[in-house]
Design a protein around this ligand. Structure first.
Ligand SMILES: Cc1cc2nc3c(=O)[nH]c(=O)nc-3n(C[C@H](O)[C@H](O)[C@H](O)COP(=O)(O)O)c2cc1C
Length: 185
């Protein structure tokens, strides 16, 4: 595979992770910088990816530390690893916040299942039935936010016995591939 083909394949796999809960890239580490300048990492679900724009969508509670940290410093790294392929994708970029009331958050909320909505509402009140009527509670919408990550660089690493490979890709502001080079892993 040529370097542009490797890049394209990586983004196709990220796009598939948005629809396949069993994909190795379904859970990614979202790494931010906290107010003390300390690195922070946590797993999040990759909700969707767009290989043309080089974007990845993540959902979260706007009361979370990650939301505040991105507000103060939008520089983030996303780290994905698929054990089946032995492939690591380290994506460097920036994150935009789309909070409650924004068109992006409203659209994403409309597409959530009642169960997922209930996780933002903190679930039904203690002692009440967790049936569909309760789980569909819209109150979680007021704390529901969408993080849109935009990649500027991909550090691609393929673990392969005796033949590890590593390549660096950089992207322009419209997502176009600007540079690709293989480096010593
Ligand atoms: C497999 C897995 C998936 C998770 N997915 C999300 C997610 O999509 N969004 C989210 O906000 N937190 C998710 N979490 C919880 C976060 O890892 C984290 O513990 C929580 O959001 C608090 O992070 P913060 O205090 O750094 O903001 C997930 C945790 C695990 C273990």
């Amino acid at each position: 595979m040529s370097l542009p083909e490797l890049d394209e394949a990586a983004w196709i796999d990220l796009e598939l992770a948005g629809t396949d809960p069993n994909s190795g890239f379904r859970y990614v580490n979202l790494c931010t910088v906290d107010p003390d300048g300390h690195p922070q990492a946590r797993l999040v679900v990759l909700r969707s990816a767009n290989g043309q724009k080089r974007t990845i969508e993540i959902h979260t509670d706007t009361r979370s530390d990650k939301w505040r940290e991105i507000g103060a410093n939008p520089s983030v790294t996303l780290l994905a690893f698929d054990p089946a392929r032995g492939q690591q994708l380290r994506l460097r970029g920036t994150a935009e916040r789309h909070g409650p009331g924004s068109p992006v958050a409203a659209d994403a909320w409309d597409r959530l299942s009642p169960w997922t909505r209930s996780t933002y509402a903190g679930g039904p009140p203690t002692g009440e039935r967790s049936d569909a009527a309760n789980a569909g509670d819209e109150s979680g919408k007021v704390v529901f936010g969408v993080i849109v990550f935009r990649a500027s660089e991909l550090d691609w690493f393929q673990l392969e016995r005796g033949a590890n490979r590593r390549a660096l890709f950089s992207y322009g502001s419209r997502g176009e591939l600007r540079d690709a080079r293989e480096i010593n892993p």
